[in-house]
Design a protein around this ligand. Structure first.
Ligand SMILES: [Fe+2]
Length: 341
């Protein structure tokens, strides 16, 4: 395709010579007499211009002023500056300000032609590199979007798996229908009220759904027993956090939920099980699920008793604040009215 060169020089003789020499080389030439004419021309046809030859000393806008405007507005178009004979300093200044090259007048034909050819070629290869970079950016964006979609799909699948697991637990114990899901809702609401990180909230969600997974390993006869448990039966029930941890230890995806599963029956005063952990040794996510679990258990009917009214359950939480439950969490649970969920 014919390359389009715009020359700008106030000297009609120079304009003419440049036009003749470059047309002979097969270029299309648009001569401009001054800066305003050049800028006007660029406003309409910049995308069609492959090179600008620019005189430095002109009435009106100088070559340097024009160079700055072109650099800013049309950075894709290369500029060769024309300087007075032997004015090396001005030529170097032009390069420093972003011109692709400079030529001293009067310009010998060979020098002009080889300089123009080289600058156009360099500009083309720069343009290609820019295009490649833009394509890379678009491609990278596409990859990122695909990754986001895949992560979302994975998250939904994981959540569906967790829900399926929690349903399995509930099927063993008719009285706990919906319990895991309610514990999850309370725990997530608590996490949000505490401004926990998205990762912590995700841990709360999965951990709440799975906290009693160990009950899968306990006989339904014991789980659903309507009368008081014997010492031996109670000892078996107390094993469910350990069974649960063992079950999920085989699944990498569930690693983050292990502390909640193992420690949700620990108490702030250290009298809980299975490890007798105390206070801050119990991770915050675990303390949240412990409270959510206990509150929902109190307000649901069980094999051995009917549901407590909400206000009585809230009083119970207050009574056990500091011994069984984290007082800070009890306060937030009440202040934010999370018990109304
Ligand atoms: Fe439990």
């Amino acid at each position: 395709m014919t390359k389009h060169i715009v020359t700008t020089d106030d000297d009609p003789a120079i304009r003419k010579i440049l036009q003749i020499l470059l047309r002979k080389e097969g270029y299309r030439i648009t001569p401009c007499q001054n800066g305003n004419e050049l800028l006007d021309m660029l406003t309409h046809e910049a995308s069609d211009v492959d090179l600008i030859l620019l005189d430095i000393k002109m009435p009106g806008l100088s070559g340097f002023e024009l160079l700055e405007i072109i650099q800013h507005t049309y950075p894709r178009i290369p500029v060769i500056m024309l300087t007075a004979f032997n004015d090396l300093d001005t030529g170097m200044k032009a390069i420093r300000l972003g011109a692709s090259d400079y030529l001293a007048k009067p310009v010998p034909r060979e020098t002009l032609v080889s300089c123009v050819k080289r600058v156009i070629m360099e500009s083309e290869s720069n343009q290609e590199a820019d295009d490649e970079r833009s394509q890379d950016i678009v491609h990278q964006k596409e990859l990122e979007e695909n990754l986001q979609t895949a992560l979302l799909a994975l998250k939904n699948t994981t959540l569906a798996t967790l829900e399926a697991f929690s349903e399995t637990i509930e099927q063993k114990d008719a009285y706990t229908k919906g319990h895991c899901n309610r514990v999850r809702n309370i725990a997530v609401a608590m996490g949000k009220a505490l401004h926990l990180s998205p990762e912590s909230i995700q841990t709360l969600e999965g951990g709440a759904l799975l906290h009693d997974i160990g009950k899968i390993g306990i006989s339904e006869k014991i789980l659903n027993k309507p009368t008081s448990l014997t010492k031996e039966e109670y000892a078996i029930i107390r094993m469910h956090p350990i069974y649960g941890e063992r079950i999920v230890s085989h699944i990498d995806l569930f690693k983050a939920y292990e502390p909640i599963i193992r420690s949700h029956h620990e108490r702030m005063d250290g009298t809980g099980y299975p490890d007798g952990l105390k206070g801050d040794d119990i991770p915050i996510e675990v303390r949240i699920v412990t409270l959510a679990d206990a509150f929902d258990a109190m307000t649901s009917s069980r094999a051995y008793r009917t549901a407590l009214p909400t206000e009585i359950a809230v009083e119970e939480l207050k009574l056990c604040s500091g011994t069984q439950f984290d007082p800070k969490l009890v306060n937030i649970f009440i202040d934010k009215e999370i018990f109304l969920l």
